[in-house]
Design a protein around this ligand. Structure first.
Ligand code: GDP
Ligand code: IMO
Ligand code: MG
Length: 423
């Protein structure tokens, strides 16, 4: 039995799509367990780029079952658009499964995401405005719409009408915005319900059966550790649990069924949206990294904020996820810089701290303490083995490994499938 989890260890966009795709060549089943189309996972094969939001990144392998798990939130319109794009790109979808327990993102969730962000004014979170938070709110409030109801010919209309009426009260009375038209939504979404029906099943039992049969199951994280609702930089977080524990809940399996937990980091740090970011580079070095790394959002196209690698965050991610291994991805965008810095600790009100603080006001006052490294040569993206790396790269990788207290097993040096180096 083998369950392997690959998750984001920073603020998202670490390159999960690339690694899930690579590892999926040996997987029998791949599962996404949380989040929705706030995620944007890029898979590049030859000269074709696949941008995946809800469909797991193992979808390119026809023999691999791909599951959108119980803990996800699914916008029916978006997943169908994504499925249509994949079909047009020649990808077969008969091995895609959607869990019956997953919650459905409806137009009122998107409207409410927009209205609540506007109401927060300057204190907005910078969400992707895809309705993610409001959908998870309804799940916790126990008034949400789940996939089994959405695809039920008997329950579809009644449940959609009930939910729409409830949410229209909030939209009109709390936000003073126009009500949504339930009839129009029912007419449009009935088609989506019919199209999605054949894909919906109980995936939790399927995942369990695969693991029990000794098959390879790959768990695909979305977002990242610091976007976790509990363990992240609250309130500048998403509304689900991207940490390792969330994967168990969202795919409906127990923790003993996961054998390996890979955390992906970039050789620097990025984040989209607002909130404190101790190692942020608001200068030409930050801009250089953004350009070299192509750091623009896969989902919203927003420029990503960039900064140096933060070992305080890394140690925190190792701990809260129980990482067994680190993937240090995207070190190639650092090439060409004279010096590379790594944050080893913070200074908070005159004291040195090595742990990531819980209180965001504390984090906002943290000043990074850096160790400096010699820059890398111009190009390292054609290297084929660890031994071939120049000494400056090895020194950086080994120092980061030491600071994190977890082995770095793979290094990423470019977006393509073959641009990874095993140690
Ligand atoms: P995800 O959300 O974690 O799947 O990551 P994204 O797809 O949102 O962002 C990662 C971006 O970096 C994508 O455009 C990838 O094609 C690209 N990428 C992945 N790995 C590497 C790498 O090692 N080097 C470079 N230069 N780009 C990479
Ligand atoms: P992947 O899977 C980076 C961020 C948003 C915002 C916050 C809350 O591609 O790594 P939400 O719409 O979820 O309520 O927004 O979370 N965010 C991401 N940032 N990568 C992601 O996904 C993200 N998903 C959400 O930018 O700051
Ligand atoms: Mg992404």
């Amino acid at each position: 039995m083998s369950g392997k989890l690959v998750l984001g260890a920073q603020w998202g966009d670490e390159g999960k799509g690339k690694f899930i795709d690579i590892f999926s060549s040996e997987a029998d089943l791949v599962v996404r367990s949380q989040g929705g189309n706030n995620a944007g996972h890029t898979v590049i094969v030859g000269d074709v780029t696949y941008k995946l939001h809800l469909v797991p990144s193992g979808i390119l392998y026809p023999g691999t079952i791909n599951v959108v798990g119980a803990g996800t939130v699914i916008d029916p319109k978006v997943i169908l658009e994504e499925m249509d794009t994949l079909t047009a790109q020649g990808v077969k979808l008969d091995h895609l499964k959607i869990d019956a327990r997953a919650h459905v993102i409806m137009p009122w969730h998107i409207t409410l995401d927009d209205l609540s962000e506007k109401a927060r004014g300057a204190g907005d979170i910078g969400t992707t405005k895809r309705g993610i938070g409001p959908c998870y709110m309804d799940k916790a409030e126990r008034c949400g719409l789940r996939m089994h109801d959405f695809v039920s010919p008997e329950k579809f209309e009644r449940r959609v009408r009930e939910c729409c009426e409830l949410k229209n009260r909030v939209i009109t009375k709390l936000y003073d915005a126009p009500a949504l038209d339930a009839d129009a939504i029912i007419a449009e979404y009935r088609t989506y319900s019919e199209r999605l029906r054949p894909f919906v099943c109980d995936t939790s039992s399927m995942i369990y059966d695969y693991l029990k049969a000794g098959k390879n199951v790959m768990f695909e994280g979305a977002q990242g550790t610091l976007l976790d609702l509990d363990m992240g930089t609250y309130p500048y977080v998403t509304s689900s649990h991207p940490v390792a524990g969330g994967v168990c809940i969202g795919s409906g399996i127990g923790p003993t069924l996961i054998d390996e937990v890979y955390g992906i980091f970039k050789g620097y740090t990025t984040r989209v949206g607002k909130g404190p970011f101790p190692t942020e580079l608001d200068d030409e070095v930050g801009e250089y990294i953004r350009q070299q790394g192509g750091e623009f959002g896969t989902t919203t196209g927003r420029p990503r904020r960039t900064g140096w690698f933060d070992a305080v965050i890394a140690r925190y991610a190792v701990r809260v996820n129980g990482l067994t291994s680190i993937i240090l991805n995207k070190i190639d965008p650092l090439c060409g810089l004279d010096t590379i810095k790594v944050c080893t600790a913070y200074e908070l009100d005159g004291e040195i701290i090595k742990d990531f603080p819980a209180d965001l006001d504390d984090l906002a006052r943290c000043k990074p303490i850096y160790e400096e490294f010699e820059g890398f040569p111009e190009n390292i993206s054609d290297v084929k083995s660890y031994d071939e790396f120049p000494a400056s790269v090895k020194k950086y990788v080994e120092a980061v490994e030491e600071m994190c207290g977890c082995p770095i097993s793979i290094i990423g040096i470019g977006p393509a499938r073959d641009q990874i180096i095993y140690r």
